[in-house]
Write a protein that binds this ligand. Structure first.
Ligand code: ADP
Ligand code: MG
Length: 266
């Protein structure tokens, strides 16, 4: 575990959100293993980025944690409990936001608390709290189509957090945003996850994004098109502190190292 992760989790007194993968493998149907031999321990409050070429199994890993997909072998646990089906302790943020267009911003965020059967006052409190956290209190009565992509993704994040998950799973969440919005979202995500203490697994195509955000970067390689199951190639600790300068030598050196591993032969 990196020192950054230790300081993050102790600052928030986070004790839940420990994820463990032991020799996890996945085959779709009767086909060959899409990914295999996945071993990883994620500490409470840690942000782990997963990078790797298309098809190496990054989304599969997130979907198995979410319980959207079963795993074919090995074991996945969250705080010691086997993961087998979806639950409110794990929230998913998709690249295409996944908001309900017929519901207002506030109603979208209120969905989870409503499903849990929380009373109205409590639900409203959560909606205010998390819309404020993502900087969107003023658009609570608007509909998704009235918002920019970045704002819609903020709503999606607030909706996930209103469930008070212990793990937030993000699959290329900023991939559809323009560069400036993306940078703003990255720094907001850093602030938000420190404030809530949630464990985050973050899949991205951008190595720079991974180095900006993560405590650790997991590099996956292989996949069906390489004739070898997707697997972890290497894991890097990111010990750059909280205020990261993408133009610093330390940052660009790490970026280069990771890039070499990503582009090496499977
Ligand atoms: P990544 O997110 O790294 O691009 P995925 O996890 O989406 O990779 O996919 C890993 C492999 O599993 C790919 O070869 C993909 O075609 C295959 N795969 C993903 N989802 C399914 C599915 N529902 N049915 C069959 N094969 C799938
Ligand atoms: Mg994917």
């Amino acid at each position: 575990m990196s020192t950054t992760a230790e300081s993050t989790s102790s600052a928030n007194q986070t004790t839940t959100g420990a994820l463990s993968f032991a020799n996890v493998g996945k085959r779709y149907g009767e086909g060959p293993f899409a990914m295999q031999g996945f071993d990883l321990e994620v500490s409470p409050g840690e942000l782990v980025a997963i990078v790797g070429a298309s098809g190496c199994g990054k989304s599969t890993v997130l979907r198995m944690i979410a319980g959207f997909e079963s795993h074919s072998e090995g074991e996945i646990t969250l705080d010691g409990k086997h993961v087998s089906s979806p639950g409110p302790d794990r929230g998913f943020v998709f690249q295409d936001y996944g908001l309900f267009p017929w519901l207002t911003v506030a109603e979208n965020v209120e969905l989870g608390p409503k499903e849990k059967g929380l009373p109205r006052v409590e639900r409203r409190g959560l909606v205010e709290q998390y819309l404020d956290l993502v900087g969107l209190g003023r658009v609570r009565d608007k509909y998704p189509h009235q918002l920019s992509g970045g704002m819609q993704q903020r709503v999606a994040i607030a909706r996930v957090l209103a469930n008070r998950p212990t793990v937030m799973l993000m699959d290329e969440p900023f991939g559809a945003l323009d560069a400036l919005t993306r940078e703003q979202m990255q720094s907001d995500l850093s602030r938000i996850r420190r404030s809530v203490g949630t464990t985050v697994l973050f899949v991205t195509h951008s190595i720079e994004e991974a180095v900006r955000l993560a405590d650790r970067v997991v590099i996956m390689t292989g996949g069906l098109s390489h004739g070898i199951p997707g697997h972890i190639r290497r894991i890097f600790d990111v010990t750059l502190g909280t205020d990261r300068d993408p133009t610093s030598v330390e940052f660009t050196d790490l970026e280069r190292l990771i890039s070499q591993e990503v582009h090496a032969q499977a």
